[in-house]
Design a protein around this ligand. Structure first.
Ligand code: 13P
Length: 254
């Protein structure tokens, strides 16, 4: 059985106190309502990480993660945050390769390779995001794009390291747009990702890896998405900023 996960990506939202309040609401609802084995990960801005990590010590169902990390070990990179620093405050995950970072911060495959390596070196689990733009889908390049994003930034890993990853398929055209990939569209890509992993690392590795769907996922569509064979949960943007919605999505597994 693969681990079922719903991860919230708060992006650049919520000041420190708003973040703490939302997190407390989420943890309270999870403790009251979530009885299954599914797990939640909250990826907050750096500012919140230490406080949030201290709040989850008594629950195994919730972990915290960062939304980015610098690719170097340490040094003269004013304003940046290293994987080692993130791990030192109790965070366990880091989102890497999000389309907003690829688009607005020019993060490419070579840079993301370094980020994946340094995150693993500091015992952070990368949540590695892949996904095509609308133009790429309309020109029928989506399978090629997804494969390239896998090959260039995570297929250099050993099978043991690759198995530590969480993958997230986030079609760029579905992020923050209210347009969700249909459950069938998402399943088609998730199955393709798993097939490519099987070809590279074998069936056991492919069958064991958690692949999340992200892009306008909400309490209404989560159930249908999560019911698909190769969809193991979600990476949630907008709906992760409302405790009720986020926890309802977490409860949307069969
Ligand atoms: P939305 O859920 O707001 O579409 O964002 C998805 C996302 O980018 C999560 O990383």
């Amino acid at each position: 059985m693969r681990t079922k996960i719903v991860a919230g990506n708060w992006k650049m939202n919520l000041d420190y106190f708003e973040g703490l309040n939302l997190f407390n609401e989420i943890v309270t609802l999870i403790k009251q309502e979530v009885t299954g084995k599914q797990e939640a990960i909250i990826c907050s801005p750096y500012i919140h990480l230490h406080a949030l990590a201290n709040l989850v010590i008594d629950t195994e169902k919730v972990s915290v993660g960062a939304q980015n990390a610098h690719h170097a070990e340490a040094g003269a990179f004013t304003g940046e945050i290293s994987a080692k620093m993130i791990h030192s405050v109790g965070a366990e995950y880091v989102i890497l390769g999000h389309s907003e970072r690829r688009q607005y911060f020019a993060e490419d495959g070579a840079l993301l390779t370094k980020k994946v390596d340094i995150a693993l070196a500091h015992h952070l689990t990368p949540i590695y995001c892949i996904g095509e733009t609308l133009k790429e889908r309309e020109s029928h390049k989506h399978f090629d794009v997804i494969k390239k994003q896998l090959v260039e930034s995570v297929f250099h890993l050993s099978a043991a390291d690759f198995s530590k990853l969480i993958l997230a398929y986030e079609p760029v055209w579905a992020i923050g747009t209210g347009v969700t990939a249909s459950a069938d569209q998402a399943q088609e890509i998730h199955a393709f990702i798993r097939k490519e992993i099987a070809a590279k690392y074998g069936k056991a590795v492919a069958d064991g890896i958690t692949i999340l769907y992200g892009g306008s996922c909400n309490p209404k569509n989560a159930h249908e998405l999560f019911a698909k064979h190769d969809i193991d949960g979600g990476l949630i943007g907008g709906a992760s900023l409302k405790a009720r919605d986020f926890v309802d999505i977490l409860k949307a597994f069969n």
